[in-house]
Design a protein around this ligand. Structure first.
Ligand SMILES: CC(C)(COP(=O)(O)OP(=O)(O)OC[C@H]1O[C@@H](n2cnc3c(N)ncnc32)[C@H](O)[C@@H]1OP(=O)(O)O)[C@@H](O)C(=O)NCCC(=O)NCCS
Length: 177
């Protein structure tokens, strides 16, 4: 299996189509056009087996507010998926481990939101966010009120010492987190 790192601006149309097919297979109907858009604008790690893409993870820059501190640019991880035919064989771990190297060279902190894979990320060094989360919208800052799957990777723990403070993202089309 090959692990490839590529910036979004160099992902060609054929690869974009292959990635959308991978996400649809891995996530099913939960995966929207907005989710696909969110995956671009940063760096991708692709796992390829015989030319076929079997794994993906990307990280994009996002502005995030932690407590009362000035807003910070962090890496935001999106569209992590392993082809269902290849799950449970270490593809996800290898893909994320490589992405985390890219994160470490770019940002002091990374965040992601997951519904079902908390344990997968905890094995890779991620921590569960324990505080409340908010979204900054045109109408003001609104509580999310639902969030249980927000996780953080602290490359430099001194940047975000308190995981129980409030965290705020900018609104965007589709899921804010
Ligand atoms: C989550 C996902 C990416 C994992 O990929 P994978 O290639 O099957 O994972 P790996 O085989 O590398 O597993 C690495 C470790 O994580 C564990 N793990 C895998 N999926 C897990 C899950 N959903 N919850 C908890 N642990 C999980 C594995 O048991 C393994 O543990 P081990 O090292 O102790 O053996 C894959 O199941 C997937 O694509 N799911 C559907 C899409 C999805 O939910 N993506 C994440 C959304 S944020």
């Amino acid at each position: 299996m090959d692990i490839i790192v590529v910036d979004s601006c160099h992902v060609d149309r054929a690869t974009r189509l292959a990635l959308r097919a991978l996400w649809d297979r891995a996530f099913g109907e939960r995966f929207s056009d907005d989710d696909a858009d969110h995956a671009y604008g940063g760096v991708h790690v692709l796992a390829r087996d015989g030319g076929r893409i079997v794994g993906h993870a990307s990280a994009v820059p996002r502005r995030i507010g932690f407590g009362d501190r000035p807003w910070l640019t962090v890496g935001y991880v999106e569209a992590v998926a392993t082809d269902p035919a290849c799950q449970g064989q270490g593809v996800g771990r290898r893909t994320m481990t490589r992405l985390q190297e890219e994160i470490r060279s770019r940002w002091p902190v990374a965040l992601l939101s997951t519904g079902r894979a908390t344990g997968f990320y905890e094995r890779l060094g991620w921590e569960r966010w324990r505080g409340p989360s908010y979204t900054r919208t045109a109408a003001g800052v609104v509580p999310d009120g639902e969030h249980g799957g927000l996780m953080i990777l602290r490359v430099d723990p001194s940047v975000v010492p308190d995981l129980a403070t409030r965290v705020t993202c900018e609104d965007r089309p589709g899921d804010a987190w």
